[in-house]
Design a protein around this ligand. Structure first.
Ligand code: ATP
Ligand code: MG
Length: 561
C-alpha cells in the first residue's frame, strides 16, 4: 500500500512542482519513466521509478511508462516484459498503456522533414571518423561540414532516399544545423538520424533509419505532454539541445527537463551494459540471480517493494553525489522485514544435542507467537524430542571471555523452551565435537530457574520434527567498493570482472521448524538470531524448501569494510 509519506520529501524537484502548481503554470503534473529495453532494471532505476511514479502519486498526477527504444540491436521483448513486471512489483501502475518511442517514429520523421524544410537540418555524408575530426574539442570549436549548405530540395530528396533504403548503413546522417562553434558540444550539429538496417522489436523491418536519443526523447516528452522530465545529471549539458528540439518543432507540449544525481551503490554495479556482461559471460546464473543489483535479483534475494521504497526515500533526491554504501540498502530492507516477516527457528550448522532426562509426558512443548508485536500472525507449537540440534557456534569448549551460550557444565535457555545444562561433550576420533549430552531443568518452562540467573538464549530445533531445507547464503558479488573504477599500473581501467568475489554464494542443508513445509514461493521469514530468508521464486517447492538469505540481523558490512 502506497502512502504519501513513503517518498523522499522536501527535495528541489518537489519545490519546483509545488511552485508550478501554485502559479498555475500547470494544473496537473505528468511525469514518465523512460527505460531503454536493453536489459533488466537495477537499483538505480528503482530510485528513478520511485521519483517519477512517486511524484505523480503525491501530486495526483500521472506517470507514463515509456520504452525508449531507438537502438533496435540491443533491445528486445524479454526486457520490455521484465521492466513492466518490475515496475508493477515495486508497487506502481503507469497511466494508460505502456508507450514506446517507436510509436512516434512516423511523427518524428515528419518533424525531421519540417526541420529540413525550414533549413534547420541537413543530410551529411561525413564518415564517423571525419565527423569526429570536424566536431572540435572542449577547448576548440568545430568546423562546418562541407555538406552543411545543401539546398532544402537536395536534403529532402536525400532524406527520403535514406528512409527508402537507397544508401548503405552508416553512409549518411541527418543532422541539425545549430552551431559548430558552440561551447556546448551537444549543439554542434547533432546527428538526429542514422541509417541502420536492424530488425526492431516493435516496428519490425519497417525502418532502416532510426532517430537518435536526444531528438527522440525530447519529442516523445512533448508528444506525451510531460510537464517535468526528470533525468540524471549527465544529461544536464544535453538540456539546451532538448529545449532546441522542443522549440523548433510544432509540438504542443512544453516539457522541462530537470536533472538529479545518479545513484551509485558501493560493491555493486549500476549499468545495464555491465550487468549484461555478467549474465552473458556466466558469472551469475541470470539477470535475476539473487546477487545481482537488478530489481528482479533483489526480489529473488528477498528484498521487498516496501523496503526498496524506503531505501529510495532515504537516499533522497539532489544534485550532489549519491554514492551509497550497501549497508544503507540492507538497513532499509532489514528494517522493513523486522516488522513484516514472521519468525521461526532454523539451525544452519547443526550440532546434535541429546537431552538425557527427556521424559515423554513430562517434557512439554510451548506455543510461540510468529511475531512478538503482531498477534494476528498467529502462533505455532515448538515441539521437543530427545534429540535436538543447536548451532555449532553456540557451544564453546573453551569459551572466550563474556561467552553467554553453552559451555561444558554451563547452562543456557532454549528459546521457547527449557533451560538445559551441558553434562558431557562427545568427540570423534579426530577430536571434533560431535554431540553434547545435556539435561533439562524441568522447572524452567516459561519461568526463570530458582536461585540462579541463566543469561544466554539460543535457538534450536527438534531433530524428530525438523524439516531439512536448502539454504543459499550470499555474500557481496564484488571484492572492492568500485569494481568498475580500479585502474591498473598503466592507468587504464581494469575489467570489473577481475573483482568478482569467488565466494559470493554457498549452498547448505539446514534444519528448520516444520512450519517451513508447504510454504508458497516468496514467503519471507526471520530465522531467529540469524537473519531474514525468503523461499526462492524459482526453485522452492512445498515439499523441497529452498530459502535464500536476504540479509543478516546485524550489519556485518560496516565491520568488514
Ligand atoms: P544504464 O546505463 O544502466 O543502461 P541508463 O540511464 O542508460 O542506465 P535507462 O534505461 O536509459 O538507463 O534509464 C531509465 C531512467 O532511469 C532514466 O531516466 C535514467 O536517468 C534513470 N536511471 C538510470 N540509472 C540510474 C541511476 N543509477 N540512478 C538514478 N536514476 C537512474
Ligand atoms: Mg541508456
Amino acid at each position: 500500500m502506497l502512502t504519501k509519506d513513503q517518498f523522499a520529501d522536501n527535495h528541489f524537484i518537489r519545490t519546483i512542482i509545488e511552485e508550478d502548481l501554485k502559479s498555475g503554470k500547470h494544473t496537473a503534473i505528468q511525469t514518465r519513466f523512460p527505460p531503454e529495453p536493453n536489459g533488466y532494471l537495477h537499483i538505480g532505476h528503482a530510485k528513478s521509478i520511485c521519483l517519477n511514479f512517486g511524484l505523480a502519486y503525491i501530486y495526483d498526477g500521472q506517470c507514463n511508462l515509456r520504452f525508449d527504444d531507438t537502438n533496435p540491436e540491443k533491445e528486445n521483448q524479454e526486457y520490455v516484459d521484465s521492466i513492466k513486471e518490475d515496475v508493477r512489483w515495486l508497487g506502481f501502475e503507469w497511466s494508460g498503456e505502456p508507450r514506446y518511442a517507436s510509436d512516434y517514429f512516423d511523427q518524428l520523421f515528419d518533424y525531421a522533414v519540417g526541420l529540413i524544410k525550414e533549413g534547420k537540418a541537413y543530410v551529411d555524408d561525413l564518415t564517423p571518423e571525419e565527423m569526429r575530426e570536424y566536431r572540435g574539442t572542449l577547448t576548440e570549436p568545430g568546423k562546418n561540414s562541407p555538406y552543411r549548405d545543401r539546398s532544402v530540395e537536395e536534403n529532402l530528396d536525400l532524406f527520403y532516399k535514406m528512409r527508402d533504403g537507397a544508401f548503405p548503413d552508416g553512409s549518411k546522417t541527418l543532422r541539425l544545423k545549430i552551431d559548430m562553434a558552440s561551447g556546448n558540444i551537444n549543439l554542434r550539429d547533432p546527428v538526429i538520424y542514422r541509417i541502420r538496417r536492424a530488425h526492431h522489436h516493435n516496428t519490425g523491418d519497417k525502418w532502416c533509419i532510426y532517430p537518435m536519443y536526444d531528438y527522440t526523447h525530447a519529442l516523445s516528452d512533448a508528444i506525451e505532454n510531460i510537464t517535468h522530465s526528470l533525468c540524471t545529471l549527465e544529461f544536464e549539458s544535453h538540456r539546451p539541445l532538448y529545449d532546441w528540439v522542443v522549440e523548433n518543432t510544432p509540438v504542443t507540449g512544453k516539457p522541462r527537463q530537470y536533472e538529479f544525481s545518479r545513484l551509485e551503490l558501493l560493491y555493486s554495479i549500476t549499468s545495464k551494459r555491465k550487468l549484461n556482461q555478467l549474465v552473458t559471460e556466466g558469472h551469475v546464473s541470470g539477470w535475476d540471480d539473487p546477487r545481482m543489483p537488478t530489481i528482479s535479483g533483489m526480489r529473488r534475494r528477498g528484498y521487498t517493494p516496501e523496503g526498496l521504497r524506503l531505501f529510495a526515500k532515504r537516499v533522497g533526491i539532489s544534485k550532489s553525489e549519491n554514492i551509497v554504501d550497501m549497508s544503507v540498502l540492507e538497513g532499509a530492507i532489514r528494517e522493513e522485514l523486522e516488522n513484516s516477516a514472521p519468525r521461526l527457528m532454523a539451525v544452519l550448522d547443526p550440532l546434535k544435542v541429546t537431552l538425557t532426562n527427556f521424559e515423554a509426558g513430562k517434557t512439554q512443548s510451548r506455543s510461540a507467537a510468529f511475531h512478538p508485536n503482531h498477534e494476528a500472525m498467529g502462533s505455532r507449537e515448538v515441539p521437543v524430542s530427545p534429540t535436538i540440534y543447536i548451532e555449532r557456534d553456540d557451544f564453546a569448549e573453551n569459551p572466550p571471555k563474556g561467552f553467554k551460550r553453552l559451555t561444558p557444565g554451563g547452562e543456557v535457555r532454549l528459546r521457547h523452551g527449557y533451560v538445559i545444562r551441558c553434562d558431557e561433550v562427545v568427540k570423534d576420533a579426530a577430536g571434533n565435537v560431535v554431540e553434547l549430552k545435556c539435561s533439562i531443568d524441568h522447572d524452567t518452562l516459561g519461568k526463570n530457574p530458582e536461585g540462579r540467573k541463566v543469561k544466554g538464549v539460543i535457538h534450536w530445533v527438534s531433530a524428530e520434527h525438523a524439516a531439512p531445507i536448502t539454504v543459499r547464503l550470499y555474500d557481496r558479488l564484488f571484492t572492492v567498493e568500485r569494481p568498475d573504477a580500479v585502474r591498473g599500473d598503466d592507468g587504464e581501467y581494469l575489467p570489473f570482472t577481475d573483482f568478482l568475489n569467488p565466494e559470493s554464494v554457498r549452498e547448505i542443508t539446514a534444519y528448520a521448524e516444520s512450519a517451513v513445509q508447504n510454504l508458497p514461493p516468496e514467503s519471507h521469514w526471520q530465522f531467529e538470531r540469524i537473519g531474514y530468508f525468503v523461499t526462492d521464486r524459482k526453485d522452492h517447492t512445498a515439499d523441497k524448501p529452498v530459502f535464500n538469505k536476504t540479509v543478516g540481523l546485524k550489519d556485518t558490512w560496516q565491520k568488514a569494510a
